[in-house]
Write a protein that binds this ligand. Structure first.
Ligand SMILES: [Zn+2]
Length: 286
């Protein structure tokens, strides 16, 4: 499943490519991907994309002069966006397989065709993702489900510490709770905890103020660094240019069980915490 840095990478690329473009027509190849809303074609045709925002892993397309019309896009397990320019090349020349180049293909669920003859395709093999219409109220409700993101400069480490003190769950569970802080998935939580030298199993209310500050900073850094290199690599994930991200090269604990901790040389362990596979150094994470 793509994590937030992958979604953010896709958002930034899409923003660069489709903001300002006017939708000429919408082609729905599979109704489930648009929540079986027959209005999507009529509502979006003739509309110009104003911006692409994001909250958590949900992308929010807005349209010029349409304050009450939004398109919510979630990639879920296997969703991908592919942009096809006028020469028919996906994303502008990255290496792609023949099958990828030939869009729409069998996993293409929605096609947005722009007035300048470029297109954006939403492919989703497993059909858990969606592109759905929403109004301003629905967008506001969606945004309320997410806490602040440590990726942003204004993330408040003191607030974070005070909130952790009220939680008796393992700190890992707190970090995974999107309504508390948004954006950290399993991989990034493990990495941030390693950087901050905090054990995933530590009770959240036992984390010190200093550790909370380190954890807030590490969470933001891990995400930012991952976005800078295009995210981690997933089997079903490609960014809109068809390239796989490569943050996996930078992972210190996630998937590193049995290897030596790069900081202290102790063997990295894998266990289960907060219902998820959890990777940590038993010596330098307290
Ligand atoms: Zn260590």
């Amino acid at each position: 499943m793509p994590e937030l840095p992958e979604v953010e990478t896709v958002r930034l690329q899409l923003k660069h490519k489709v903001v300002g473009k006017t939708i000429d027509s919408v082609e729905v190849f599979h109704g489930k991907s648009v929540e079986n809303n027959p209005e999507i074609e009529d509502k979006l045709s003739g509309k110009t994309i104003g911006d692409i925002d994001r909250v958590g892993k949900l992308m929010i397309f807005s349209f010029k002069k349409e304050p009450d019309l939004f398109l919510l896009a979630h990639l879920k397990m296997t969703g991908q966006f592919f942009y096809v320019d006028m020469s028919g090349v996906v994303g502008g020349g990255h290496s792609m397989t023949e099958a990828d180049m030939d869009l729409p293909m069998k996993h293409t669920r929605v096609g947005y065709h722009f007035t300048d003859h470029t297109s954006l395709y939403f492919n989703d093999m497993r059909l858990f993702g969606y592109n759905k219409l929403a109004n301003a109220e629905e967008v506001a409700i969606a945004k309320k489900k997410f806490g602040p993101e440590p990726i942003y400069e204004d993330f408040d480490a003191d607030w974070f510490y005070e909130k952790l003190k009220k939680r008796k769950t393992p700190v890992k569970a707190a970090l995974l709770d999107q309504s508390f802080i948004a954006g950290l998935g399993n991989i990034y939580v493990d990495e941030a905890l390693w950087r901050a030298k905090v054990s995933p199993m530590r009770r959240a209310d036992k984390v010190t103020k200093k550790e909370a500050a380190a954890l807030a900073a590490a969470s933001g850094d891990v995400m930012k660094e991952s976005i800078a290199v295009g995210g981690t690599t997933f089997q079903h994930f490609k960014d809109t240019g068809g390239e796989n991200g490569n943050f996996t090269d930078y992972l210190q604990v996630f998937g590193q069980q049995g290897k030596k901790c790069s900081r202290c040389g102790t063997e990295i362990k894998k266990t289960r915490c907060a219902g998820r596979g959890t990777h940590y150094c038993p010596k330098c994470q307290k």
